[in-house]
Design a protein around this ligand. Structure first.
Ligand SMILES: [Zn+2]
Length: 427
C-alpha cells in the first residue's frame, strides 16, 4: 500500500546544486518518502521494491519554481495600463482595482483562478501580496492551503498617500495584522509575512508598529525598494532625514531583522548593494515588470558579485505572466542588454538564472527548490516533444525554458502531493 507521499519516480533529472552548474541524470531515480526526497540514484534503489514506481522516462524532472513577488489582486489587471510608469499606473489601475477585494465574495471568485494558474505554471513556492482587507486575505490563504501550495501571504498595510478606499486607520491595520499572524503562523504551508506596501504608502507610526510585530512574532518581511526614479524621489521628500531608501525600512526593523524580500532593487548605489549583502536581504528581480513599466535594468551581476541573494518574481500585474521560465529568459536578456554598456557585468548563464528561480528562491522557504536528499519533494514532471528525445538533458531543459508552455508541465508535486496532475499514458 502506498505510504502518504512516498513513491519512486524515474526520468531525466536536472537541478542546480549551486548557481554555476547543472546536475543531470538520464532516466535516474528520485525516491520520495513521506513528502521528502530521500535519494537520487542512477540505478534502481532497493527502496523502490517497497514503493510504487512512476515511470517518467523521457520526461524532465526538475525542482518547482519559486515566485518571490506577486500581487494576488492584480491577477485581474494583467496587461492593463502598460503605457504608464509606476506611480501613474498604481493610481490609474491598481488603486482602483484593489478596493474590490473589500467584498469577500469577489475574493472567493478571483483567488481560486490565481491558485490554479500558479500550480499549472509549476510554481510550488510563492510570496504574495494580498490587499489591506483581512477577510479577503484569509480567503486567499484558505484557497492556497487547500491547493497545497507553499506560500507566504501578506496582509498589505497602507495608511499614507493612498486612495481613500485603500487608506487604513493605523491602529486598526496593526491589530488586523497581528490577528492575521496569530491565525496563520503555525500553518505548515501557508504563512504570514509582514507587508508594508512600500515606503510612500506607510507612516512612521505604521512602520514602528510593524517593526514591533516583526520582533515579537519573528515573522519575515516583504516590500518594494528602488523600483522607479519618481518613487525614489518621493521617498526622499517623505523621509529626508534617512540617507537611503532602504534606511527607512532599516530604522523600523523592516530590513533584515528577520528574513526580508525587497522587490526590484534597480537603482542602487554600491553602498546600498553592500548594505543588502551585509544584512542578508533578498533582492527579488522582476524582469517583465521592470520592462513593462520602464522602471529600469537591474544590475543583477553586480549584486551577485557583491554577495546579494537574488531571486525571481513575476510581479503580476506589473509583470504579465506567472510562467517563471519566461522570467528566467527575461532575466538573461536584461543581463545581456546591460553587458553591452557595462562589459564588466557578464551576462547571466541559463544555469544561474534557473538556480535563482529554484534553489535560491526556495531557500526563503527552507529546504525546497533542489532535488537533493532531505529537500521537500516539490518538483515538476515535464513532457518533451519527440524531436527533443535525442538531446542531452541540459539541451532539453534549454528547450523547455525558452519554448515550453505551462501545458507541458504534466505533474506538479508539493511535499510529494500532486497539486497538478495530467493523466497521460506513460511513454
Ligand atoms: Zn510589486
Amino acid at each position: 500500500m502506498e505510504r502518504h507521499g512516498s513513491f519512486v519516480l524515474q526520468g531525466n533529472i536536472i537541478y542546480t546544486p549551486d548557481k554555476d552548474h547543472f546536475i543531470t541524470l538520464k532516466n535516474g531515480y528520485i525516491v520520495v518518502e513521506e513528502g521528502r526526497i530521500s535519494a537520487i540514484c542512477a540505478t534502481k534503489p532497493a527502496a523502490a521494491a517497497a514503493l510504487p514506481l512512476k515511470d517518467c522516462r523521457g520526461k524532465l524532472i526538475m525542482p518547482g519554481f519559486a515566485d518571490l513577488h506577486l500581487h494576488a489582486p492584480q491577477y485581474i489587471q494583467i496587461g492593463m495600463g502598460m503605457d504608464d510608469q509606476l506611480l501613474d499606473w498604481l493610481n490609474r489601475y491598481t488603486f482602483k482595482e484593489e478596493p474590490k477585494f473589500a467584498d469577500p465574495d469577489y475574493a472567493r471568485q478571483i483567488y481560486p483562478l490565481l491558485a490554479e494558474e500558479l500550480a499549472d505554471c509549476g510554481t510550488t513556492s510563492a510570496s504574495i501580496f494580498a490587499t489591506i482587507h483581512p477577510e479577503s486575505t484569509d480567503i486567499l490563504c484558505d484557497i492556497l492551503a487547500q491547493k497545497g501550495l507553499r506560500t507566504y501571504v501578506g496582509k498589505v498595510n497602507m495608511d499614507n498617500n493612498s486612495a481613500p478606499a485603500l487608506t487604513e486607520d493605523t491602529a486598526q491595520s496593526l491589530s488586523d495584522t497581528e490577528a492575521f499572524i496569530k491565525k496563520w503562523h503555525k500553518h505548515p504551508l501557508v504563512k504570514p509575512i509582514i507587508t508594508p506596501r512600500f515606503v510612500p504608502s506607510v507612516t512612521a507610526g505604521m512602520m514602528t508598529g510593524l517593526g514591533k510585530l516583526v520582533r515579537e512574532y519573528n515573522v519575515p518581511v516583504q516590500s518594494h525598494l528602488s523600483e522607479n526614479k519618481g518613487e525614489i524621489q518621493l521617498v526622499k521628500e517623505l523621509f529626508p532625514e534617512d540617507q537611503y531608501y532602504m534606511s527607512v525600512y532599516d530604522r523600523f526593523d523592516l530590513f533584515g531583522t528577520t528574513p526580508t524580500l525587497m522587490a526590484h532593487c534597480i537603482h542602487l548605489s554600491e553602498e546600498e548593494i553592500a548594505i543588502m549583502a551585509r544584512k542578508d536581504v533578498y533582492a527579488v528581480h522582476c524582469p517583465a515588470s521592470n520592462l513593462n513599466l520602464a522602471s529600469g535594468l537591474m544590475p543583477l551581476r553586480r549584486m551577485l558579485d557583491a554577495g546579494v541573494k537574488v531571486v525571481l518574481g513575476s510581479d503580476i500585474g506589473g509583470g504579465h505572466t506567472l510562467f517563471i521560465p519566461h522570467e528566467i529568459v527575461r532575466a538573461i536578456e536584461i543581463s545581456k542588454i546591460r553587458s553591452i554598456d557595462h562589459p564588466e557585468e557578464a551576462p547571466l548563464k541559463l544555469c544561474e538564472a534557473f538556480y535563482l528561480a529554484t534553489k535560491a528562491g526556495g531557500s526563503f522557504f527552507g529546504q525546497t527548490g533542489s532535488l537533493e536528499p532531505d529537500y521537500s519533494a516539490d518538483f515538476l514532471v515535464v513532457t518533451l516533444p519527440i524531436f527533443q528525445q535525442d538531446r542531452t538533458i541540459e539541451e532539453q531543459l534549454q528547450y523547455f525554458i525558452y519554448h515550453g508552455r505551462a501545458q507541458d508541465i504534466e505533474d506538479v508535486y508539493v511535499q510529494g502531493r500532486p497539486v497538478k496532475h495530467t493523466d497521460k499514458p506513460a511513454v
